[in-house]
Design a protein around this ligand. Structure first.
Ligand code: UD1
Ligand code: CA
Length: 458
């Protein structure tokens, strides 16, 4: 089936009481609109169209994606008018137009696919996806004849008492054969709200003898539309639970699901253990058999299989390879890459640090703008002095170097393969491979000094 997706997102979202357009509010760290786009993409549509309003430039900036066509709805004159604004972008398209609301971020691709199969099986011209709401307030009600035939969608404001009592409501997801969209021209202005309701297309289609269906499928949590702050919170909670449930079913061990936040785009491999209060944000990939201890935050990073992230560690924009161990209390900043089975210990900060396989920096270090080779040992308290007050410089430490504790490496500087640096050194010049460099004043020891001091005091 040839499909095109149109996401309606031009509404003002007044009920959010926010300067930000409603669909850019975040649910689980991702703009709602982005969630809907990700879902739409899974349907593999020929066109992916977003109807935007006065915030169109902000949308383009927040969602920089060359495959998306943004179309402008000049004024927010209702969902019917919004879909009409997309028609020029659909010129020449033949097939089914799937309409989604930009403010319903929880709908799963599987449910929409099922809906489209039903639309096809029934040879429908227009189908609406409905669900049974525990509390139908705010949604359009699905009106059926006594025989069950679906005849209209009535918005709450226009519904009579009997209609208000109906629990079957409109999700805002529709499948419409492109030809049926000609009816958009015939929708008349709803006088109460001064809007053109897309839902009125149902009655118009019925009158013309088109095949119109409503399919009651899916779970109500999936269809929640976000109109208020309170609904935003509820949608976040529902999405968080859905993400956690999906991961648990795939074999991830989440010890306290209620305290873990995982971004919708993040992926976590089988056998990974996630302790309480862990945040996995952005485009993050966590491999298999990883252990993530409490209070860890990982953002836009890749974590290889069997790595261990110990308590209170922050990892941002970094890559951690197989079997590496990080933390507790480590800060891995953007541009860092940690090699296989390397160890980054307590109170170590890394920035643009490339750490070789099997290298160790176990305690209290700042390693920035540096390339560190394999099996290097970085002693406690080592600092790369990368900043001269104006520019940043690089430190290169080749394979198998041993850096004694409390060393300062004043960049730019290079330590050659297998060299040793004595503890307490300030290294300002390159150290050739295989040599020992020490830079500290030699120790003076004064025998019996303590006793002499006492005697002086008397
Ligand atoms: C709409 C449906 C309602 C359904 C509910 C599901 C209509 C008339 N009502 O109501 O039957 O139960 O969704 O959540 O369609 N939009 C535009 N341009 C506009 C107005 C809205 O693009 O001029 C967009 C909004 O950004 C939003 C979507 O369309 O993403 C739905 O609009 P909204 O005002 O939230 O409609 P509801 O009152 O929730
Ligand atoms: Ca809505």
């Amino acid at each position: 089936m040839r499909t095109a997706c149109v996401i309606l997102a031009a509404g003002q979202g007044k009920r959010m009481k926010s300067p930000l357009p409603k669909v850019l509010h975040r649910v689980c760290g991702m703009p709602m609109l982005q969630s809907v786009i990700d879902t739409a993409r899974r349907l593999d549509p020929e066109h992916l169209i977003i109807v935007a309003g006065k915030h169109i430039d902000l949308f383009r900036k927040e969602i920089p994606d060359p495959d998306i066509q943004f179309v402008l709805q000049k004024a927010p004159r209702g969902t019917g008018d919004a879909l009409k604004s997309a028609l020029p972008a659909l010129k020449g398209f033949t097939g089914v137009v799937v309409v989604l609301n930009g403010d319903a971020p929880l709908i799963s691709p599987a449910t929409i696919r099922k809906f489209l199969r039903m639309h096809q099986r029934e040879k429908a011209d227009i189908s609406a996806l409905s669900f049974a709401a525990t509390d139908p307030a705010g949604y359009g009600r699905m009106v059926r004849e006594s025989g069950g035939r679906f005849v209209a969608i009535i918005e709450e404001k226009d519904a009579d008492r009997d209609q208000r009592a109906l629990r079957e409501v409109n999700s805002g997801v529709y499948a419409m054969n492109i030809k049926a969209l000609a009816l958009l021209d015939n929708i008349s202005l709803n006088r109460r709200k001064r809007e053109y309701y897309l839902t009125d297309i149902i009655g118009l289609a019925m009158m013309r003898g088109l095949s119109v269906h409503a399919f009651l499928i899916g779970h109500e949590d999936e269809f929640m539309g976000v109109n208020t702050r309170d609904e935003l919170l509820r949608a976040s909670a529902a999405m968080r639970q859905a993400i956690v449930r999906r991961l648990i079913s795939k074999g991830v061990d989440i010890i306290d699901p209620a305290s873990v936040f995982i971004h919708p785009r993040a992926s976590v491999g089988k056998g990974t253990v996630i302790y309480p209060n862990v945040f996995i944000e952005g485009d993050t990939y966590v491999g298999r058999g990883v252990i993530i201890y409490p209070h860890v935050r990982i953002c836009n990073s890749t974590v290889g299989d069997h790595a261990v992230l110990k308590d209170s560690t922050v990892v941002e924009g970094a890559r951690i390879r197989t079997g590496a161990s990080i933390g507790p209390f480590a800060h891995v900043r953007p541009g860092s890459e940690i090699g296989e089975y390397a160890k980054i210990g307590n109170f170590v900060e890394l920035k643009k640090a490339l750490i070789g396989n099997g290298a160790k920096a176990s305690h209290l270090s700042y390693l920035g703008d540096t390339k560190i080779g394999r099996d290097v040992n970085i002693g406690a308290g080592t600092i790369t002095c990368n900043y001269d007050g104006k520019n940043k410089h690089r430190t290169v430490i080749e394979d198998m170097v041993f850096i004694g504790s409390d060393t300062q490496l004043v960049a730019p500087v290079r330590v050659g393969k297998g060299a040793y640096i004595g503890a307490g050194s300030t290294i300002t010049k390159n150290v050739p491979a295989g040599s020992l460099a020490v830079s500290r004043t030699e120790q003076r020891t004064i025998a019996n000094w303590a006793a002499k001091r006492k005697a002086r005091k008397k």
